[in-house]
Design a protein around this ligand. Structure first.
Ligand code: MYR
Length: 131
């Protein structure tokens, strides 16, 4: 289950990914130490997400397979949806400014939640532990 309170533990290639996203160096440095925490609550095919970071606090509701809007901390707007493939959450989003896809997955591996990202051929991971 994805349910629980998750706190960022480490990143892999996240700065490179943000660079591909067009985020400037100062923001990349800040964002790689954003102290991101997410709380996930799944009820059937509905998720409630609380996100807290150095940048902001927000709550999001989505239903698997249903398109919704999400803004990144820098204001970049995405539109897309999450689906479940086996034990994996798979997100397919498109940037509203340029139409390009950003794909992401969440899986539980041991005591970690691993979120992977892909944009324009660049992969990154953010790895969370329960708190
Ligand atoms: C959620 O489930 O937490 C809400 C929806 C998340 C949408 C996709 C997230 C992509 C985040 C990319 C971060 C890129 C920073 C440059």
């Amino acid at each position: 289950t994805f349910n629980g309170n998750w706190k960022i533990e480490r990143n892999e290639d996240y700065e490179k990914f943000m660079e591909k996203m067009g985020i400037n160096m100062v923001k990349r440095k800040l964002a790689s130490h954003d102290n991101l925490k997410i709380t996930l609550e799944q009820t059937g095919d509905k998720f409630h997400v609380k996100e807290t970071s150095a940048f902001r606090t927000l709550e999001i509701d989505f239903t698997l397979g249903v398109t919704f809007e999400y803004s990144l901390a820098d204001g970049t707007e995405l539109s897309g949806s999450w689906t479940m493939e086996g034990d994996m959450l798979k997100g397919v989003f498109n940037r509203k400014d340029n139409g390009k896809p950003l794909t992401t997955t969440r899986i539980i591996q041991g005591d970690e939640l691993i979120q992977s990202y892909n944009y324009e051929g660049v992969d990154a991971k953010r790895i969370f532990k329960k708190y």
